[in-house]
Ligand binder design. Structure first.
Ligand code: SUG
Length: 457
């Protein structure tokens, strides 16, 4: 039986816009209130999926959630027809309207943490949808994401889709963006690496951390959330490693671990200043992976601060790349990098060095996801990795697994239904919810996936 990693990319939704909703995410702040291009954004995302599929990898898609989220607005006390409600919230609380319009579900690295069946005591794929409770516009994704994941992974013999962790700042969970699995081939049991940015139960005040030091941004993922996910997934504690982000990195715009590191099989590409206690983390990963079946030793690849500073890393997103094992070429990997790195001299030099040196990363390919990047979401943010055996893959809802015909259908669906431009003021356009309703109902047909009432405005 074969096991492979499937990337499930988030399809960019029709309300893709720049609202500056994410403190600590410097690109989101920098591009706030610019005019967005939803059609180009969705096309860029689909082109990336197609590129990965053309490498011979299985590619999946996770549909967008319907926005504006009128259900949430009604639960918050707004009433009347959809049009009246929209006008009311636009007039009385435009910030709430922007939050309820965000297409942030596209960053599926934040949809869930997933442990493959080789690692779990249940022998099933264990899935915990992220509660995303740090930021309101992301927290409202969680119920819809849970329903979508239950639709995509419906067979309880193979998959266990939990409820998200309790929605509290203490258990703030941002999903796979802070989780990396190392294994000597996806079919073997592996080591799961959980990274967090703060302690959740030690209450910090405003601009201070729990020890009273002044900080620029709070970390999002808590230690408590990471530990709870590992417990729930029934992971062997001897094959789990925890690491903490440095406050220096968080303050430089590293709001998720996937902005500063990427791992695959036995390789971890990381920045020198990403973690507190780096030697302990690398030592544990090395030792624990050496006890797993297979033959390759853990291989950390460090990028020094002098080659690329933390600020450079959070501007060019070099680490927010997909590190892909190439089918039929064991031990050979490709790095799929945001095209923004092409214009970044230091990033280009780092990439040249990595490919030149002796390690499994043999090539670099560039992908243009600039529309998403302007919100702080690079190639790695746009995908959720799921290692699946043949039987598990056969039990995935087939409509979300993409072949050439499906790409063509989705591209023309985007061209038919998405606006070219979306300015902040357009979020109050009474025509927008109707357009989204049509798009979502067509998509539901295309994917053969019942997008629940909550997803349809
Ligand atoms: O949560 N941006 C997202 C970007 C998520 C990137 N994901 C990973 N690193 N895995 C966030 O900060 C910005 C929305 C806006 O400003 O309009 C936003 O939500």
């Amino acid at each position: 039986m074969q096991t492979r990693e499937v990337n499930f990319d988030g399809l960019v939704g029709p309300t893709h816009n720049y609202a500056g909703l994410s403190p600590g995410n410097l690109l989101s702040a920098r591009n706030a209130l610019d005019v967005a291009h939803p059609r180009a954004a969705a096309r860029q995302g689909l082109a990336k999926m197609r590129k990965v599929a053309e490498l011979g990898l299985v590619q999946g898609v996770i549909p967008p959630q319907s926005r504006p989220d009128l259900g949430t607005l009604r639960r918050l006390g707004f009433t009347g027809t959809d049009e009246a409600l929209l006008a009311d919230v636009a007039r009385t609380d435009p910030a709430l309207l922007s939050a309820c319009c965000s297409a942030s579900g596209m960053w599926t690295a934040n949809a869930a943490t997933i442990s493959p069946s080789a690692d779990t005591d249940s022998g099933r794929v264990e899935i915990t949808p992220a509660n995303l409770s740090t930021l309101f516009h992301r927290a409202i994704e969680a119920p819809g994401t849970t329903r979508l994941l239950r639709g995509i992974f419906p067979d309880e013999r193979f998959f266990s889709v939990h409820d998200p962790l309790v929605a509290s700042a203490a258990f703030s969970d941002e999903g796979a963006a802070n989780h990396t699995r190392f294994a000597r081939g996806h079919e073997h049991p592996g080591v799961e690496f959980f990274v967090y940015g703060r302690d959740g139960l030690k209450v910090a005040g405003g601009d201070h951390d729990a020890t009273g030091s002044s900080i620029r941004f709070q970390g999002r993922q808590t230690r408590e959330a990471s530990e709870a996910v590992a417990r729930r997934h029934g992971l062997d504690p001897a094959r789990v490693v925890y690491g903490r982000q440095t406050q220096e990195a968080i303050d430089a715009g590293v709001f998720h671990n996937d902005v500063i590191a990427v791992g695959n099989e036995n390789v971890l590409l990381y920045h020198e200043n990403a973690y507190c206690d780096t030697d302990r983390i690398l030592g544990e990963l090395r030792a624990r992976l050496s006890e797993c079946p297979g033959s390759e030793a853990f291989l950390p690849l460090c990028v020094q601060n002098q080659e690329l500073s933390l600020e450079d890393a959070s501007a060019c997103y070099l680490f927010n790349s997909q590190l892909l094992s190439l089918p039929g070429r064991p031990g050979s990997m490709m790095l799929l990098v945001p095209s923004d790195c092409l214009e970044h001299k230091k990033a280009s030099r780092v990439l040249e060095r990595i490919v030149r040196e002796d390690n499994p990363i043999e090539s670099v390919e560039y992908v243009d996801v600039r529309q998403s990047m302007r919100n702080g979401g690079g190639p790695a943010c746009l995908r959720l990795r799921v290692a699946l055996t043949d039987d598990e893959l056969a039990a995935v809802h087939p409509g979300v697994l993409l072949d050439e015909a499906a790409f063509t259908r989705l591209e023309s669906w985007v061209d038919r239904n998405y606006r070219e431009d979306l300015a902040p003021a357009d979020l109050a356009d009474p025509a927008l919810p109707g357009e989204v309703r049509v798009a979502m109902s067509e998509l539901s047909e295309l994917l053969g996936l019942a997008l629940g009432q909550e997803e349809i405005v």
